[in-house]
Design a protein around this ligand. Structure first.
Ligand SMILES: Cc1cc2nc3c(=O)[nH]c(=O)nc-3n(C[C@H](O)[C@H](O)[C@H](O)COP(=O)(O)O)c2cc1C
Ligand SMILES: Nc1ncnc2c1ncn2[C@@H]1O[C@H](COP(=O)(O)OP(=O)(O)OP(=O)(O)O)[C@@H](O)[C@H]1O
Length: 263
């Protein structure tokens, strides 16, 4: 018999963790996610799981969904107070309580704001990355692969890895960020480049020369500045020098943030 947590769990944020930690099985319902799209979530859920797609189950009546939970051998269900289920979200917690023991987690907030995936997405789009990180309980991470760049960075500015994302992640506001790339201290630019008017995501690894060919993972630590248009390459180069200084001091001051996540 299982204790089952149910939800979308996009981002696997600190409130989701409260539910997941109490459960011995997790039912993940994919309903359009962009913080931890698809199976990215599994990296943060170290429990047995069932992965469902909303499109496949949304026609189920609340009773049919309850039948599904019974087949999973559910003894206890753990959900947040806003949980609803079944066709048109017509089933509620009181109906669930007629069939199972239910643990209802009161809405978890940080400084008065409810922790929800929707709120985190908005913060990321606004560039409020450290607030988003506090809600996530870790650095916001996107994944992709290396693509060919303009070849200008290494020659004229600093060497950068150009990245194409695997999935439609929530895109942080354009600009320059202090980041970790595959675990290395790095600085990342994201936006329309003034050098060729194309959108790019590019990362410069600080202080050491490393190159990556496969999976690239970028964790966003802090927003440093807005994307700007530069008159000349030398002006851009000067700005990048300053960015790197700022980036190092930010990364130094955040060294121990979320240390527990990586323990
Ligand atoms: C730290 C950093 C900051 C950057 N800031 C800007 C910027 O504000 N505006 C811009 O158009 N490009 C910016 N860029 C991107 C450069 O234009 C880009 O690195 C250059 O076009 C070389 O591209 P490549 O790596 O494809 O050769 C920045 C790059 C880095 C590494
Ligand atoms: N802040 C919270 N406090 C307690 N429980 C929560 C909180 N946020 C979500 N839950 C619960 O976690 C489970 C997963 O919910 P869901 O995936 O809808 O999370 P969410 O972050 O609120 O997402 P969205 O913003 O997309 O609605 C549900 O049982 C939900 O009730």
């Amino acid at each position: 018999m299982h204790k089952i947590a149910i939800g979308g769990f996009d981002g696997v944020h600190i409130a989701h963790k409260e539910l997941i930690n109490r459960a011995d099985k997790v039912v993940i319902i994919e309903k359009g996610s962009s913080l931890t799209p698809g199976f990215d979530r599994l990296e943060y859920i170290n429990k047995p799981f069932d992965f469902l797609f909303l499109d496949d189950i949304k026609h189920l009546s609340p009773y049919e969904f309850i039948e599904y939970l019974k087949k999973l051998n559910a003894k206890e269900i753990i959900v947040g107070e806003d949980f609803r289920f079944g066709h048109n979200r017509s089933g509620d917690i009181s109906l669930l309580k007629e069939h199972f023991k239910v643990e209802v987690i009161k809405e978890i907030k940080i400084q008065g704001t409810g922790v929800h995936a929707k709120t985190i997405r908005e913060l990321i789009r606004k560039g409020e990355i450290s607030k988003a990180n506090d809600f996530l309980g870790r650095f916001y991470k996107i994944k992709g692969t290396k693509i060919k760049g303009q070849g200008l960075g290494k020659k004229e500015l600093v060497a950068t890895i150009n990245i194409e994302l695997f999935k439609p992640y929530t895109q942080p506001k354009s600009g320059v960020y202090a980041t970790k790339t595959n675990g290395f201290d790095s600085i990342t630019f994201l936006g329309i480049r003034s050098t060729d008017n194309n959108f790019s995501i590019e990362t410069h690894i600080l202080d050491i020369e490393v190159d990556f060919s496969g999976l690239i993972e970028i964790e966003f630590v802090e927003f440093l500045r807005e994307n700007r248009k530069f008159e000349s390459l030398s002006a851009l180069k000067e700005a990048i020098k300053q960015d790197i200084q700022n980036c190092k001091s930010v990364l130094n001051s955040r060294k121990n943030s979320y240390a527990k996540q990586y323990a």
